[in-house]
Design a protein around this ligand. Structure first.
Ligand code: P6P
Length: 337
C-alpha cells in the first residue's frame, strides 16, 4: 500500500473520523508547507547568507538570529491569506499579528516559536519549529494587537492541535489533532511529508534525563533532591542507573523522548525566577505538553499540570518537567514531599 501523505492523513482525520474541520486541515497543511520552506532555508546554511545575528532583539531580550526572523516571516506570509486564521502570535513578536483586512478571517489562532534552539543554528545542531492551535473565542476583540492578546490566554488543554518540525538529519513533522501523535518524514524528492509513525506511545519508565546541569546551584530544593536521586543511580532510592542528554534544543530533546522515552526538565531557577522560568508557556510548554500527553507521557511544572495553567500574558514562562509518565511522577513527588 502506498505510504500515506500528510494530506491523506488529515483528510482521514477530517472526512472519515470527523475529528478536525476543513479549515483546521487547511491550517495544518499550510503550517507544514511553511516548515518545509524553513527546512530548505536552514539547509542552505552559510551558502545562503542566513547564518549569524539579525542585529535585533525579541521581546525576551534575546538577540535574534537571521533565521529566527526569516522563519517567522515564512510562517506569517504562509498563513495570513488563507481565511482559516483570526490571528497569530510568535516568540519573535511582542504582540499578536492580526490578519490584514484585505483577507478573510477564520476561527483559529496559531501560536508558534518559529525557530527554537537558535543557539544551535550556527553550530549545525538540530533545531525546530513549535506550533499550537486554539479556537478563537466567540466575540473576541481583535480590533487591535493589544486587545487581541486576550484571545490567546487559554489553558493548554484547549488546544485543538499542536506539533513541531525538527530540522535534523531528516526533517520531521510531529503532529497531534487529539487523536494520538503521528510522525511525518519530509520526502525531499517529492517535496511532501509522508507518514512514518503513528500512535506514538512513550515508555512509562526510562533511564535517561535531560537537564542543563550548569544551573544546579540555582534550583529549588525539591529539584536538587530529585536530580541527586537520579545521579545516585542503582545505589540510590530509585534503584537504577541513569544516563543524561542535553541538546539545548527543546525540539530535539523532546523528539528523543517521543522516540525512546526519558524526561526533559527546565525547572525554576533563582536567576530566572523574576521572569517565571526559562521556557514560554504558549508556544513551547503547552504544545509539547499536549503532544507528550497524547503519547501517554506526563507534563508538569512540578506543582501543576502544564495544560491546566490559565495564562495571564502572551509570553508567560513556566518551569517544565515532561516525558515518561512514571519518571515525571517521581520528579513531581519531590515537589510535594
Ligand atoms: P540553555 C532554546 O533557546 C531553548 O528555548 C530551548 O529550546 C532549550 O531547551 C533551552 O532554551 C536551552 O536552554 O539554558 O541550556 O541554553
Amino acid at each position: 500500500m502506498a505510504r500515506r501523505t500528510l494530506a491523506r492523513y488529515l483528510i482521514e482525520e477530517q472526512r472519515d473520523k470527523g475529528i478536525i474541520t476543513g479549515d483546521l486541515k487547511l491550517l495544518l497543511e499550510v503550517v507544514a508547507r511553511a516548515c518545509k520552506a524553513i527546512s530548505i532555508t536552514i539547509g542552505k546554511g552559510g551558502l545562503g547568507g542566513v547564518l549569524g545575528e539579525a542585529g535585533s532583539d525579541n521581546i525576551q531580550g534575546e538577540a535574534q538570529k537571521k533565521l529566527d526572523v526569516l522563519s517567522n516571516e515564512i510562517l506569517l506570509e504562509a498563513n495570513e491569506w488563507g481565511g482559516h486564521l483570526a490571528a497569530m502570535a510568535s516568540e519573535e513578536m511582542d504582540l499578536p499579528h492580526l490578519v490584514p483586512h484585505r483577507f478573510p478571517k477564520g476561527e483559529y489562532l496559531l501560536i508558534f516559536d518559529p525557530l527554537d534552539g537558535s543557539s544551535n543554528i550556527d553550530v549545525n545542531v538540530s533545531i525546530g519549529t513549535i506550533f499550537s492551535v486554539l479556537k478563537c473565542p466567540e466575540g473576541a476583540d481583535l480590533s487591535t494587537q493589544q486587545a487581541a492578546e486576550k484571545a490567546f490566554l487559554q489553558p493548554g488543554r484547549a488546544q485543538v492541535a499542536a506539533g513541531y518540525a525538527v530540522y535534523g538529519p531528516t526533517t520531521l513533522l510531529v503532529l497531534s489533532v487529539g487523536d494520538g501523535v503521528a510522525v511525518f518524514t519530509l520526502d525531499r524528492e517529492q517535496g511532501q511529508f509522508v507518514l512514518t509513525q503513528e500512535n506514538i506511545r512513550i515508555p512509562e519508565e526510562s533511564n535517561e534525563f535531560a537537564i542543563n546541569m550548569a544551573n544546579q546551584r540555582f534550583w529549588e530544593a525539591p529539584m536538587q533532591g530529585h536530580i541527586a536521586n537520579l545521579l545516585a543511580g542503582k545505589q540510590g532510592p530509585l534503584g537504577k542507573d541513569y544516563n543524561m542528554r542535553w541538546v539545548a534544543s527543546m525540539v530535539a530533546d523532546v523528539h528523543r523522548i517521543m522516540t525512546r522515552g526519558g524526561t526533559f526538565m527546565y525547572p525554576m531557577d533563582e536567576k530566572m525566577r523574576a521572569k517565571g522560568g526559562k521556557l514560554r508557556l504558549l508556544y513551547e510548554a503547552n504544545p509539547m505538553a499536549y503532544l507528550i500527553e497524547q503519547a501517554g507521557g506526563g507534563a508538569s511544572t512540578g506543582r501543576q499540570r502544564i495544560l491546566d495553567i490559565v495564562p495571564d500574558r502572551l509570553h508567560q514562562r513556566v518551569p517544565v518537567i515532561l516525558g515518561s509518565r512514571l519518571e515525571v511522577e517521581r520528579a513531581v513527588a519531590c515537589h510535594s514531599a
